[in-house]
Design a binder for this molecule. Structure first.
Ligand SMILES: [Zn+2]
Ligand SMILES: [Zn+2]
Length: 416
């Protein structure tokens, strides 16, 4: 994939962007702990000519560059890594460790490509700052805590859209191993799923394993509940609609011969439409309480269902903005390199930037980093290693997308 006029600039910048990428890759930080990363991103944006504000909504950084009048375009990269032990074998493999939210020491890895997103953002910042033919304002955002889907909301709460120029368009990308390298994937409307997490405490009455008749076994109840959940999607969600229920964690008991008082289920749901979300949550409550009631449980020993704050709505690309950006991609890269893609069941909190009132149009697209054999691995895998040349594709696509909007500046505006 090569942009029309920018290839010489990218060729010049690529070696230093590659070094930056490798440095970011080798030093990942967990969500909410991005102190070094945000400092690094802030310094790079500042060196490119942006006026920086640090500490926005935690470790968020915001860089502003205004040139005359015209549209305000926000470009965003996420900055956090994941608690995984890297097994890529790359020379710049991460050896970082950190304490997670529970105080446990964990290995840390950039297994979701956010290091590449940051390098691309900085590449785009350098190219756009050096490029004379646009008028308007660029707002570069380094966002913390994407993996906990909380960073976008925190930056908004800390005044992202009141203390800084309010965007006419907000743009972001994500690497995608399921799309061939050299290709961009785009979609108007919903592009990724909403997700919610629940804690369900299944209550019972503990006792000796030799006397189940004196206890109410919450392990058996939890097992029944987990199996009953499996028919919610297959029998209640209309065919063709996305609904996912995953019980990803089951915790109860501590010994072979002691029935515990409680079992904790950690549950995650995914959906594209709010009606399906409500259906799933109502059915989870009905099934859980129904099974508990059938076992003779009653308040206060009734299941406790808690919807956790780490939830994110489906991400919805603004159709007009997204088609405009996609048309520009097709003009620059050719139709074979620009794919109209299906929405994914993963979740992402960039969509939260598009939900403030009045609405800010958002466009989130995917940048291919894969091949037919998935040799770069999957997102969130300990072997995920996208080809570093994708930095050039990603930075180029951000520049092209920004120019698609900035070029609308009035032709006689000052600064042109
Ligand atoms: Zn991720
Ligand atoms: Zn990610």
């Amino acid at each position: 994939m090569s942009g029309p006029d920018l290839s010489a600039v990218f060729a010049r910048e690529y070696p230093s962007l590659l070094r930056l990428y490798q440095d970011l890759h080798a030093h990942p930080e967990l969500s909410g702990q991005e102190a070094w990363t945000s400092e690094r991103v802030g310094n790079e944006l500042e060196a490119a000519g942006f006026t920086m504000t640090r500490g926005v909504g935690g470790y968020g950084v915001v860089g502003v560059l205004t040139r005359g009048t015209g549209p305000v375009v926000m470009l965003r990269a996420d900055m956090d890594g994941l608690p995984l032990k890297e097994e890529t074998g790359l020379p710049y493999t991460s050896r970082e460790k950190a304490r997670d939210a529970r105080g446990q020491e964990v290995d840390v890895m950039h297994a979701c490509g956010h290091d590449l997103h940051m390098a691309a953002l900085i590449g785009a910042a350098r190219v756009l700052a050096a490029c004379p033919d646009w008028s308007g304002t660029l707002v570069m955002v380094g966002q913390p805590s994407e993996e906990t889907v909380s960073g976008a909301a925190r930056m908004i709460a800390d005044g992202l859209f009141s203390r800084f120029p309010r965007p006419d368009a907000a743009i972001a990308l994500h690497v995608a191993p399921e799309i061939p390298a050299g290709t961009i994937g785009w979609r108007e409307g919903i592009i990724s799923a909403g997700g919610e997490s629940l804690d369900i405490v299944v209550c019972g009455i503990g006792g000796h394993a030799a006397h189940p008749e004196r206890a109410r076994d919450p392990v058996v109840l939890a097992a029944q509940i987990i199996l009953a959940f499996q028919t919610i999607v297959s029998r209640e969600v209309p065919p063709g609609e996305l609904g996912i229920i995953t019980v990803a964690s089951v915790h109860g008991g501590s010994k072979h011969n002691a029935i515990p008082d409680e079992v904790l289920l950690q549950v995650n749901i995914r959906y594209f439409r709010k009606e399906v979300r409500d259906l799933l949550l109502n059915a989870i409550k009905r099934v859980t309480e129904g099974i508990a009631r059938s076992a003779g449980m009653a308040p206060p020993l009734f299941p406790r269902i808690t919807l956790l704050p780490q939830s994110v709505p489906p991400m919805t690309n603004d159709p007009t903005l997204t088609r405009k950006v996609a048309d520009t991609f097709i003009r620059c890269y050719g139709e074979d390199h620009v794919l109209h893609i299906e929405p994914v069941t993963g979740s992402e909190d960039f969509g939260v930037f598009g939900l403030v009132e009045p609405r800010i149009p958002i466009c989130y697209f995917r940048i291919g980093c894969g091949d037919k054999k998935y040799t770069c691995g999957f997102l969130h895998s300990s072997r995920f290693a996208p080809p570093p040349e994708v930095i050039r594709d990603a930075a180029g696509a951000l520049v092209v997308a920004a120019q698609a909007i900035l070029d609308e500046a009035p032709p006689h505006s000052p600064g042109r």
